[in-house]
Design a protein around this ligand. Sequence first.
Ligand SMILES: [Zn+2]
Ligand SMILES: [Zn+2]
Length: 550
Amino acid sequence: VGSLLYIKFPSDVGDVEVATTRPELIPACQALAVHPEDERYKDLVGRKARTPIFEKEIPVLADIDVDPAFGTGIVMICTFGDEQDIRWQQRYKLPTQKTIDEKGRMTNTGRYDGLDVNTARKRVVEDLRALRLVSKEERVTHKVLSHTERSDCQSPIEFLVRKQWFIKMLPLKQSVLSVCRSMEWIPLHNLQRLVDWVGSIEWDWVISRQRVYGTPIPFWHCGQCDYIIPAEDERLPVDPSKDEPPLEACPKCGSTRILGTDDVCDCWVDSSITPLVISGYLPRESYFSRAYPSNVRVQGHDIIRTWLFYTTMRCQALTGEKPFRQVLIHGHILGPDGYRMSKSRGNVIDPKEHLNEHGADSLRQALLSLTIGSDFPFKWEVVRYGKAFLQKYWSSARFAEPFIRSYIALERDPKALTMVDAWILTRLYRVARGVTQAMEEFRFHTVLETVQSFFWHEFCDQYLEAVKYRLYTEHPDEAARYVLFTVLRTTTLLLAPICPHITEEIYHVLFPERSELFSVHAQSWPDPGLIPHDRAAEQGGKVVISAIAK
Ligand SMILES: [Zn+2]
Ligand SMILES: [Zn+2]
């Protein structure tokens, strides 16, 4: 919410009224503009007006981007109040005037210099009122450009006039799009976010930042004619803010004023080389030819237009190829109230604070139980469910331990299996196949649901109950031991990527003499085809189990 002021500007055809929410930008006003078909101002177009207080003569333009319904239909073009001002400045080659400095204070305004923007706005309004130049004031809700990118800081953003370094990117837009279309997007709809973004790009890539810390930009320039002098390859890395320039004089104009930039690179300049770094681009050519492109890029949807876009553009420009085969875009975890987590809202969940209580594997299950690509509010119930499942998994492993610790897996004669044994093994076979397929397709929620429901409801609740009598005897039944061994071992391997800690523990406890591999994570993924399966037994076993349940 702000206030819209109607301010009188003197002009060749008498006073005209201009409505603005940013009166402090009057010193940066370069022109007034009206819509070309606005009958009210037919006589004004092409004439001169003067800015109040500052008395600067400015032209009155006609432009189709002016909204005749806003305020009085006359707008100030200031360098720069918003992005539309930038377009107008470029379209009409208007002069620019820097009135706000890097510290957010007024400059080049005379009496307002040194004031912060808000104070300056109040002071300008007071002065305008004293001159009787404010005819009306309205409360309005308007959009203020503010800092929201990966932050909830909300500070207003001002456009500053500064020289920056750019990478000429606009000519690469189409090739980036075609490369992106050749990658597999999971979920597919995120491709559209990138397509929309590329379509909306109007400017080249600003790679320079005015920060204390960062990767130096390896360029010098001529203080006379702006000629750009890059660092020599063999001298890289360089820091032009300290290092000697590669040339003593400008090759273009001969000036000896060669200036090194003390700007640093935007973070995406650094991060856009990841697929090149990991594949040994340049130093390791034979490795690079095998390792590039990468298999999969995993990232959030909020950085499609930055990390993903710049990486693709840069890698494509350098290698002529896509950087990844697949792009996996995940959503965000929102606060429990469904809003983005932010300190000001007080809905931030810090997982570290609760790790001891619930365990990392419970939290991992909760996160992976969500459909990839969408945002979800955080729910403790899901974490608790994950923990309850792990408790079930742990207690069944303890139950099974004495029966399978010394068990040596042999080739089974399927005839020795009872119908219930064959049933649960066939179910395990189907679960392993389904989970393998779901893993290939990054459907982690399906993996979890399938394993949890099989292990908990079929294996623990039904199978274990049905075979306890065969185990609690002097000579526990061999077939039941074989099933226990096979189900626990397979389930442990299937769960290992999602619950890496508990599976590692159970792996070492249950299968010690078989742990010649140092970790469950060094084991091969289970081959579903090796699990005995039998469609007839699956049907028969189901009947037996439901009979037992009754
Ligand atoms: Zn901020
Ligand atoms: Zn020069």
